[in-house]
Design a protein. Structure first.
Length: 178
């Protein structure tokens, strides 16, 4: 966990950054608070490569600042050209392993709530790393929760929530199509 840059990969290009202080903050805040994870592809557009544009994505895991009226803090960041479940899962897992190294693996926490954009790769990655669950398993668990047949194990797992502004933006775009 020493240093800030935790992982560099040449192909596909990827850089993951966080430090011990950020992991400690996450561990304290995520127990009872909300974590957010978002991606943006609007940082840089690379020139065409073999007839297609390459996009550089910026991912951030963000927590609420422990002091009121302060802006949220990005505790882990990744810049990559690979917008896949494998790459995002590696990023989240690297951060979780750092938490395990610092606090002991039995003490790695499950966040109270995770809010993500509407990205299916983020959803699948969080389900995979936090719950060891597939989309199929998640949908069945969600059905059990909605129908009142859920078990305590179902409630102990993380259920990622879609960001309201992302949902509203998508709804607005869909309404304009009609």
């Amino acid at each position: 966990v020493k240093g800030f840059i935790q992982h560099i990969q040449a192909y596909p290009f990827s850089v993951t950054c966080f430090n011990q202080a950020a992991v400690r903050l996450y561990h304290d805040v995520a127990k009872t608070g909300t974590i957010l994870c978002d991606a943006t592809g609007a940082i840089i557009s690379l020139p065409k490569e073999e007839g297609k544009y390459r996009t550089v994505y910026y991912y951030a895991i963000v927590v609420k600042h422990p002091t009121d009226k302060k802006p949220p803090i990005a505790v882990a960041e990744m810049i990559t050209v690979d917008h896949t479940v494998l790459s995002i899962s590696f990023f989240i897992d690297l951060f979780r392993r750092a938490e395990g190294i610092i606090f002991g693996f039995p003490n790695v926490i499950t966040p109270h709530r995770i809010i993500i954009d509407r990205s299916i790769v983020l959803l699948l990655s969080f389900l995979r790393i936090y719950n060891m669950e597939s989309l199929h398993d998640y949908l069945h668990r969600t059905y059990r929760v909605v129908t009142g047949t859920a078990t305590t194990k179902d409630y102990a797992k993380v259920s990622p929530h879609a960001c309201t502004s992302h949902v509203m933006h998508s709804a607005k775009k869909d309404c304009k199509k009609c």
